[in-house]
Design a protein around this ligand. Sequence first.
Ligand code: SF4
Length: 346
Amino acid sequence: MQYSHSRLSTFNQCPFKYKLKYVDNIDPIIKDTVETFLGSIVHQTLEHLYQQLLKDHQNNLDELLSFFYHKWDEQWNDEILIVKKNYSMHHYQSLGKKYISDYYQQYKPFNTSKTLAVEKRIIFSLDEEKNYQMKGYIDRLSESKPGYYEIHDYKTTTRLPSQKQIEKDKQLAIYALGIKHKYLDVKDITLVWHFLKFNKEMRLNPSDKQLSKLSSELISSIDSIENIKKYPRNPSMLCHWCSYKPICPQYSHLYQIREQRQNRYHKRTGKQLVDQYVSLKKQTNQQKLDVYIELDQLKKDLIDYAKREHLDVIYGSRSKIRIIKKKESSNAFKGEQKDLILIEHF
Ligand code: SF4
Protein backbone atom coordinates (compact mmCIF):
# COMPACT_ATOMS: atom_id res chain seq x y z
CA MET A 1 0.00 0.00 0.00
CA GLN A 2 1.36 3.44 -0.96
CA TYR A 3 0.44 6.29 1.37
CA SER A 4 0.27 9.95 0.46
CA HIS A 5 0.13 13.10 2.56
CA SER A 6 -3.48 13.58 1.55
CA ARG A 7 -4.38 10.03 2.59
CA LEU A 8 -2.76 10.45 6.00
CA SER A 9 -4.28 13.89 6.60
CA THR A 10 -7.76 12.63 5.64
CA PHE A 11 -7.41 10.00 8.35
CA ASN A 12 -6.33 12.64 10.88
CA GLN A 13 -9.20 14.91 9.92
CA CYS A 14 -11.92 12.26 10.08
CA PRO A 15 -11.44 8.47 10.15
CA PHE A 16 -14.98 7.96 8.81
CA LYS A 17 -14.20 10.09 5.75
CA TYR A 18 -11.02 8.05 5.28
CA LYS A 19 -13.07 4.86 5.34
CA LEU A 20 -15.53 6.14 2.73
CA LYS A 21 -12.76 7.35 0.45
CA TYR A 22 -9.95 4.83 0.81
CA VAL A 23 -11.48 1.65 2.28
CA ASP A 24 -14.91 1.60 0.61
CA ASN A 25 -13.53 3.41 -2.47
CA ILE A 26 -16.68 5.53 -2.78
CA ASP A 27 -16.37 8.34 -5.29
CA PRO A 28 -16.92 11.79 -3.74
CA ILE A 29 -20.65 12.59 -3.73
CA ILE A 30 -20.00 16.31 -4.11
CA LYS A 31 -17.57 16.27 -7.00
CA ASP A 32 -15.77 19.55 -6.44
CA THR A 33 -15.95 22.76 -4.45
CA VAL A 34 -15.16 26.05 -6.15
CA GLU A 35 -12.09 26.42 -3.92
CA THR A 36 -10.58 23.11 -5.10
CA PHE A 37 -11.54 23.93 -8.69
CA LEU A 38 -9.80 27.32 -8.46
CA GLY A 39 -6.72 25.65 -6.96
CA SER A 40 -6.65 23.07 -9.72
CA ILE A 41 -6.88 25.60 -12.59
CA VAL A 42 -4.24 27.87 -11.03
CA HIS A 43 -1.93 24.83 -10.61
CA GLN A 44 -2.47 23.79 -14.23
CA THR A 45 -1.64 27.34 -15.36
CA LEU A 46 1.62 27.57 -13.38
CA GLU A 47 2.53 24.06 -14.49
CA HIS A 48 2.04 25.20 -18.10
CA LEU A 49 4.22 28.28 -17.50
CA TYR A 50 7.15 26.19 -16.26
CA GLN A 51 6.67 23.42 -18.83
CA GLN A 52 7.02 26.07 -21.54
CA LEU A 53 10.10 27.46 -19.78
CA LEU A 54 11.61 23.97 -19.78
CA LYS A 55 11.19 24.13 -23.55
CA ASP A 56 12.93 27.55 -23.57
CA HIS A 57 9.71 29.42 -24.26
CA GLN A 58 8.45 32.11 -21.89
CA ASN A 59 4.73 32.86 -22.14
CA ASN A 60 3.86 36.52 -21.73
CA LEU A 61 1.20 37.33 -19.12
CA ASP A 62 -1.61 37.69 -21.68
CA GLU A 63 -0.86 34.25 -23.12
CA LEU A 64 -0.77 32.74 -19.66
CA LEU A 65 -4.08 34.33 -18.68
CA SER A 66 -5.72 33.08 -21.89
CA PHE A 67 -4.54 29.60 -20.94
CA PHE A 68 -6.09 30.10 -17.48
CA TYR A 69 -9.46 31.25 -18.92
CA HIS A 70 -9.47 28.47 -21.48
CA LYS A 71 -8.91 25.79 -18.80
CA TRP A 72 -11.54 27.39 -16.57
CA ASP A 73 -14.23 27.37 -19.26
CA GLU A 74 -13.28 23.90 -20.44
CA GLN A 75 -13.54 22.31 -16.98
CA TRP A 76 -16.25 24.32 -15.19
CA ASN A 77 -19.56 22.50 -14.61
CA ASP A 78 -22.70 23.30 -12.64
CA GLU A 79 -22.09 20.56 -10.08
CA ILE A 80 -19.16 22.52 -8.61
CA LEU A 81 -20.23 23.59 -5.14
CA ILE A 82 -20.02 27.24 -4.06
CA VAL A 83 -20.31 27.07 -0.26
CA LYS A 84 -20.21 30.84 0.32
CA LYS A 85 -23.51 31.76 -1.32
CA ASN A 86 -22.76 35.49 -1.49
CA TYR A 87 -19.98 34.87 -4.02
CA SER A 88 -20.41 33.89 -7.67
CA MET A 89 -18.25 31.79 -9.96
CA HIS A 90 -16.88 35.04 -11.48
CA HIS A 91 -15.59 36.16 -8.09
CA TYR A 92 -13.42 33.02 -7.86
CA GLN A 93 -12.32 33.36 -11.48
CA SER A 94 -11.12 36.91 -10.86
CA LEU A 95 -9.22 35.70 -7.78
CA GLY A 96 -7.44 33.17 -10.00
CA LYS A 97 -6.55 35.87 -12.51
CA LYS A 98 -5.08 38.01 -9.72
CA TYR A 99 -3.05 35.11 -8.27
CA ILE A 100 -1.52 34.33 -11.68
CA SER A 101 -0.81 37.97 -12.53
CA ASP A 102 0.81 38.76 -9.17
CA TYR A 103 2.95 35.62 -9.31
CA TYR A 104 4.02 36.36 -12.87
CA GLN A 105 5.04 39.96 -12.10
CA GLN A 106 6.95 38.95 -8.99
CA TYR A 107 8.97 36.09 -10.47
CA LYS A 108 9.56 36.98 -14.13
CA PRO A 109 11.96 36.13 -15.79
CA PHE A 110 11.78 32.99 -13.59
CA ASN A 111 15.53 32.44 -13.33
CA THR A 112 16.29 32.47 -9.60
CA SER A 113 16.59 28.69 -9.67
CA LYS A 114 16.79 26.07 -12.41
CA THR A 115 13.53 24.13 -12.82
CA LEU A 116 14.19 20.38 -12.95
CA ALA A 117 10.63 19.10 -13.17
CA VAL A 118 6.98 20.08 -12.76
CA GLU A 119 4.29 17.84 -11.25
CA LYS A 120 7.08 15.47 -10.32
CA ARG A 121 5.91 12.06 -9.07
CA ILE A 122 7.92 10.58 -6.23
CA ILE A 123 7.61 7.13 -4.69
CA PHE A 124 9.87 5.96 -1.89
CA SER A 125 10.03 3.70 1.17
CA LEU A 126 10.35 4.87 4.75
CA ASP A 127 12.07 1.63 5.79
CA GLU A 128 14.66 -0.74 4.36
CA GLU A 129 12.20 -3.64 4.14
CA LYS A 130 9.89 -1.48 1.97
CA ASN A 131 6.87 -2.07 4.20
CA TYR A 132 6.06 1.65 4.44
CA GLN A 133 5.73 3.22 1.01
CA MET A 134 4.98 6.89 0.35
CA LYS A 135 4.05 8.71 -2.85
CA GLY A 136 3.36 12.28 -3.87
CA TYR A 137 3.50 14.93 -6.56
CA ILE A 138 5.79 17.95 -6.26
CA ASP A 139 4.38 21.08 -7.93
CA ARG A 140 7.87 22.17 -9.01
CA LEU A 141 11.35 20.89 -8.23
CA SER A 142 14.27 23.23 -8.84
CA GLU A 143 17.95 23.62 -8.03
CA SER A 144 19.54 26.93 -6.96
CA LYS A 145 23.07 25.50 -7.33
CA PRO A 146 24.31 21.89 -7.71
CA GLY A 147 22.99 19.79 -4.81
CA TYR A 148 20.78 22.58 -3.43
CA TYR A 149 17.23 21.50 -4.16
CA GLU A 150 14.01 23.51 -3.79
CA ILE A 151 10.55 22.01 -3.47
CA HIS A 152 7.89 24.54 -4.52
CA ASP A 153 4.22 24.28 -3.69
CA TYR A 154 1.42 26.67 -4.73
CA LYS A 155 -1.29 27.39 -2.21
CA THR A 156 -4.60 29.13 -2.96
CA THR A 157 -5.76 29.06 0.66
CA THR A 158 -7.29 32.22 2.10
CA ARG A 159 -5.28 32.12 5.32
CA LEU A 160 -1.61 32.86 5.68
CA PRO A 161 -0.10 30.42 8.19
CA SER A 162 2.40 31.46 10.82
CA GLN A 163 6.01 30.27 10.66
CA LYS A 164 5.19 27.82 13.48
CA GLN A 165 2.33 26.33 11.48
CA ILE A 166 4.62 26.01 8.46
CA GLU A 167 7.13 24.14 10.61
CA LYS A 168 4.42 21.63 11.54
CA ASP A 169 3.28 21.13 7.92
CA LYS A 170 4.22 17.64 6.80
CA GLN A 171 3.40 17.70 3.08
CA LEU A 172 6.57 19.29 1.69
CA ALA A 173 8.76 17.63 4.32
CA ILE A 174 7.47 14.26 3.04
CA TYR A 175 8.54 15.29 -0.46
CA ALA A 176 11.95 16.25 0.96
CA LEU A 177 12.32 12.69 2.29
CA GLY A 178 11.54 11.47 -1.23
CA ILE A 179 14.14 13.77 -2.83
CA LYS A 180 16.78 12.61 -0.35
CA HIS A 181 16.08 9.03 -1.42
CA LYS A 182 16.17 9.82 -5.11
CA TYR A 183 19.15 12.17 -5.51
CA LEU A 184 22.49 11.18 -4.01
CA ASP A 185 24.07 14.62 -4.43
CA VAL A 186 21.64 16.40 -2.04
CA LYS A 187 23.46 18.98 0.06
CA ASP A 188 20.43 20.95 1.18
CA ILE A 189 16.68 21.04 0.56
CA THR A 190 14.56 24.18 0.82
CA LEU A 191 10.79 23.93 1.09
CA VAL A 192 9.06 26.88 -0.59
CA TRP A 193 5.37 27.63 -0.12
CA HIS A 194 3.84 30.19 -2.46
CA PHE A 195 0.75 31.69 -0.83
CA LEU A 196 -0.77 33.16 -3.95
CA LYS A 197 -3.56 35.18 -2.34
CA PHE A 198 -0.93 37.11 -0.37
CA ASN A 199 1.71 37.05 -3.11
CA LYS A 200 4.09 35.83 -0.45
CA GLU A 201 6.48 32.92 -0.19
CA MET A 202 7.58 31.14 2.98
CA ARG A 203 10.72 29.00 3.20
CA LEU A 204 12.05 26.32 5.47
CA ASN A 205 15.17 24.15 5.50
CA PRO A 206 14.35 20.97 7.39
CA SER A 207 17.31 19.37 9.16
CA ASP A 208 18.22 15.67 8.83
CA LYS A 209 17.10 15.22 12.43
CA GLN A 210 13.66 16.73 11.69
CA LEU A 211 13.25 14.56 8.59
CA SER A 212 14.20 11.41 10.45
CA LYS A 213 11.69 12.29 13.23
CA LEU A 214 9.04 12.82 10.55
CA SER A 215 9.84 9.44 9.02
CA SER A 216 9.21 7.71 12.39
CA GLU A 217 5.95 9.65 12.85
CA LEU A 218 4.76 8.60 9.40
CA ILE A 219 5.52 4.96 10.19
CA SER A 220 3.49 5.14 13.39
CA SER A 221 0.58 6.93 11.59
CA ILE A 222 0.54 4.16 8.99
CA ASP A 223 0.55 1.55 11.77
CA SER A 224 -2.46 3.26 13.42
CA ILE A 225 -4.36 3.24 10.13
CA GLU A 226 -3.58 -0.38 9.41
CA ASN A 227 -4.61 -1.50 12.90
CA ILE A 228 -7.80 0.53 13.24
CA LYS A 229 -10.99 -1.44 13.92
CA LYS A 230 -13.59 1.33 13.90
CA TYR A 231 -13.67 4.56 11.91
CA PRO A 232 -15.31 7.22 14.12
CA ARG A 233 -16.82 10.37 12.66
CA ASN A 234 -15.07 13.57 13.63
CA PRO A 235 -17.36 16.52 12.85
CA SER A 236 -15.61 19.89 12.57
CA MET A 237 -15.64 23.10 10.55
CA LEU A 238 -14.00 21.11 7.75
CA CYS A 239 -17.27 19.19 7.21
CA HIS A 240 -18.46 22.20 5.15
CA TRP A 241 -15.97 21.15 2.49
CA CYS A 242 -16.40 17.39 2.86
CA SER A 243 -17.36 15.67 -0.39
CA TYR A 244 -19.10 12.87 1.53
CA LYS A 245 -21.50 15.08 3.52
CA PRO A 246 -24.66 13.73 1.81
CA ILE A 247 -23.90 10.16 2.96
CA CYS A 248 -22.40 10.98 6.36
CA PRO A 249 -24.81 10.31 9.24
CA GLN A 250 -23.87 13.71 10.65
CA TYR A 251 -25.55 15.43 7.69
CA SER A 252 -27.47 12.88 5.64
CA HIS A 253 -30.79 13.78 7.28
CA LEU A 254 -30.39 17.36 6.12
CA TYR A 255 -29.96 16.11 2.56
CA GLN A 256 -32.98 13.80 2.92
CA ILE A 257 -35.12 16.79 3.96
CA ARG A 258 -33.87 18.81 1.00
CA GLU A 259 -34.65 15.98 -1.36
CA GLN A 260 -38.09 15.49 0.14
CA ARG A 261 -38.75 19.19 -0.24
CA GLN A 262 -37.66 19.08 -3.85
CA ASN A 263 -39.84 16.04 -4.57
CA ARG A 264 -42.78 17.49 -2.64
CA TYR A 265 -42.71 14.28 -0.68
CA HIS A 266 -43.96 15.00 2.80
CA LYS A 267 -43.41 11.82 4.75
CA ARG A 268 -40.87 13.70 6.85
CA THR A 269 -41.17 11.77 10.05
CA GLY A 270 -37.70 12.75 11.29
CA LYS A 271 -38.27 16.46 10.84
CA GLN A 272 -41.77 16.29 12.29
CA LEU A 273 -40.47 14.30 15.26
CA VAL A 274 -37.82 16.90 16.04
CA ASP A 275 -40.29 19.81 15.75
CA GLN A 276 -42.80 18.05 17.96
CA TYR A 277 -40.15 17.06 20.50
CA VAL A 278 -38.76 20.57 20.77
CA SER A 279 -42.21 22.11 21.11
CA LEU A 280 -43.21 19.64 23.84
CA LYS A 281 -39.91 20.12 25.63
CA LYS A 282 -40.77 23.79 25.97
CA GLN A 283 -43.99 22.84 27.76
CA THR A 284 -42.39 20.59 30.37
CA ASN A 285 -42.28 23.45 32.88
CA GLN A 286 -46.07 23.12 33.00
CA GLN A 287 -45.61 19.90 35.00
CA LYS A 288 -48.21 18.00 33.02
CA LEU A 289 -47.84 14.23 33.22
CA ASP A 290 -49.24 13.63 29.75
CA VAL A 291 -46.57 15.95 28.30
CA TYR A 292 -43.84 13.90 29.97
CA ILE A 293 -45.34 10.63 28.69
CA GLU A 294 -45.60 11.96 25.16
CA LEU A 295 -42.07 13.34 25.36
CA ASP A 296 -40.75 9.98 26.47
CA GLN A 297 -42.49 8.26 23.56
CA LEU A 298 -41.10 10.84 21.14
CA LYS A 299 -37.61 10.26 22.49
CA LYS A 300 -37.97 6.55 21.71
CA ASP A 301 -39.35 7.34 18.26
CA LEU A 302 -36.41 9.63 17.54
CA ILE A 303 -33.91 6.98 18.60
CA ASP A 304 -35.69 4.37 16.45
CA TYR A 305 -35.71 6.79 13.54
CA ALA A 306 -31.98 7.51 13.91
CA LYS A 307 -31.18 3.80 14.09
CA ARG A 308 -33.33 2.95 11.09
CA GLU A 309 -31.96 5.77 8.93
CA HIS A 310 -28.35 5.49 10.25
CA LEU A 311 -28.23 9.11 11.44
CA ASP A 312 -26.15 10.90 14.06
CA VAL A 313 -28.15 14.13 13.75
CA ILE A 314 -31.85 14.66 12.93
CA TYR A 315 -32.86 18.08 11.64
CA GLY A 316 -36.13 19.88 12.47
CA SER A 317 -37.37 23.21 11.08
CA ARG A 318 -35.31 25.34 13.42
CA SER A 319 -33.59 22.84 15.72
CA LYS A 320 -31.56 19.71 15.46
CA ILE A 321 -31.12 16.76 17.75
CA ARG A 322 -27.93 14.84 18.11
CA ILE A 323 -28.13 11.18 19.06
CA ILE A 324 -25.14 10.12 21.11
CA LYS A 325 -24.25 6.61 22.12
CA LYS A 326 -23.60 6.26 25.82
CA LYS A 327 -20.92 3.91 26.99
CA GLU A 328 -22.60 0.57 27.57
CA SER A 329 -22.88 -0.20 31.26
CA SER A 330 -21.74 -3.68 32.26
CA ASN A 331 -25.28 -4.86 33.09
CA ALA A 332 -27.00 -3.18 30.12
CA PHE A 333 -28.50 -5.44 27.54
CA LYS A 334 -26.66 -5.00 24.25
CA GLY A 335 -28.63 -2.89 21.79
CA GLU A 336 -31.10 -1.64 24.39
CA GLN A 337 -32.45 1.83 23.73
CA LYS A 338 -31.27 3.12 27.07
CA ASP A 339 -27.76 3.02 25.66
CA LEU A 340 -28.64 6.15 23.72
CA ILE A 341 -29.26 9.70 24.85
CA LEU A 342 -30.49 12.80 23.07
CA ILE A 343 -28.83 16.17 22.98
CA GLU A 344 -30.83 19.09 21.67
CA HIS A 345 -29.58 22.14 19.83
CA PHE A 346 -31.76 25.17 19.45
S1 SF4 B 1 -19.09 15.34 6.97
FE1 SF4 B 1 -17.60 15.62 8.62
S2 SF4 B 1 -17.96 13.89 10.02
FE2 SF4 B 1 -18.89 13.37 8.07
S3 SF4 B 1 -17.36 12.23 6.92
FE3 SF4 B 1 -17.16 14.36 6.32
S4 SF4 B 1 -15.59 15.20 7.68
FE4 SF4 B 1 -16.33 13.28 8.61
